[in-house]
Design a protein around this ligand. Structure first.
Ligand code: ITT
Length: 192
């Protein structure tokens, strides 16, 4: 079963196809013209906005992922604004490390909200996955993407960027959300 994945982020597309490998689901990019305006005030709202925009241009089953990093000491920032926190990814990481300079409480979580629309454009599933951990003081590792080099999951001694793809997907916010999505698909669409 092909499902349109409402994203412009190739890393997310790759992770989704890895997580769902063997399920019979293949995620593909939306048709041309996909340009969501992410002006919601929650991960749930932005995820739905992206899914609806993918449906507008593709008119078939569409899944969206809105995600971000929420840091406790920064009252949940960058949160919804994780992708727009600064210019390059390197600058986003640098900004976060500077803001947390000297801060003892470094606890944080990654959040991922996925939304599924059916072939009529109706929302039939939405769920949230989380991954709890903390922000380290220096970048480490080259795997993954985004803030992975500065995030250490609870019970791990290394950053997410030092884990293999498979290890990340087992514990990540996206992996946790997609586990629930696959259960839903299994029950309702005969997907393995
Ligand atoms: P789309 O909206 O096109 O899907 P995006 O990257 O702009 O792609 P979001 O609006 O959901 O996606 O922003 C999520 C940001 O949060 C993303 O750009 C990363 O900076 C960060 N992020 C999300 N998941 C992550 C992960 O698994 N590892 C590291 N950083 C992540």
């Amino acid at each position: 079963m092909k499902i349109v994945f409402a994203t412009s982020n190739p890393h997310k597309l790759h992770e989704l196809n890895e997580i769902c490998a063997g399920s019979g689901i293949e995620f593909v990019l939306p048709n041309e013209g996909f340009a969501p305006v992410e002006n919601g005030s929650t991960f749930e709202e932005n995820s739905l906005i992206k899914a609806k925009e993918a449906y507008r241009v593709s008119k078939t089953y569409c899944l969206a992922d809105d995600s971000g990093l929420c840091v406790d000491a920064l009252n949940g920032a960058p949160g919804l604004y994780s992708a727009r926190y600064a210019g390059t990814q390197d600058e986003k990481i640098e900004k976060l490390l500077v803001e947390l300079k000297g801060v003892e409480n470094r606890s944080a979580k990654f959040v991922c909200c996925v939304t599924l629309l059916d072939d009529k454009g109706e929302m039939i599933f939405q769920t949230v996955g989380e991954c709890h951990g903390s922000i380290v003081k220096e970048r480490k590792g080259v795997n993954g993407f985004g803030y992975d080099p500065i995030f250490k999951a609870d019970n791990y001694d290394c950053t997410i960027a030092e884990l293999s793809e498979e290890e990340k997907n087992k514990i990540s916010h996206r992996g946790n959300a997609l586990k629930k999505f696959l259960e839903f698909m299994h029950k309702n669409f005969n997907i393995t």
